[in-house]
Design a protein around this ligand. Sequence first.
Ligand code: GDP
Length: 163
Amino acid sequence: YNDPSQKIDFVFKVVLIGDSAVGKSQILARFARNEFSLDSKATIGVEFQTRTLVIQHKYRAVTSAYYRGAVGAMLVYDITKRQTFDHIPRWLEELRNHADKNIVIILVGNKSDLEDQRVVSTEDAKEFAQTEGLFFLETSALESTNVEDAFLTVLTEIFRIVN
Ligand code: GDP
């Protein structure tokens, strides 16, 4: 960690929330194997220490300490489980009650590889995201589709704001 080329210029806390089993830990695991550069000068680091919390705690059990200092959030649902999408407004409310008001939020419809089991349409989710002013992407942690893009979307926006 004394190697200057490995220097981390920014550390942003990004939280992943959503119902159990939507794929939060798999998304994180997928992302953690990669490194990102938003420009030639900046290497972006993401804090992973709250990972176990997000896995263990269910809806409404997440404490405000979890959100403290978070500048980005991924609101994750499973495109094959209607209930996980129906709960998104509650997660959003919790986020807006506990997190910084300027937090950058992306709505993430995970498991896009299971197209044959899809019950939440892309259009519905896109419309919800637009109404609520959220970024939106569908991902597959399994196939590694859009996982980088989802983090980059959040981090790029955060980066834009802090600069
Ligand atoms: P969490 O409770 O939100 O952290 O969910 P997990 O990351 O533990 O994932 C729950 C289950 O969904 C596990 O069996 C994963 O292997 C599976 N899973 C996660 N992401 C995907 C995905 O993109 N596609 C598919 N098909 N399964 C996934």
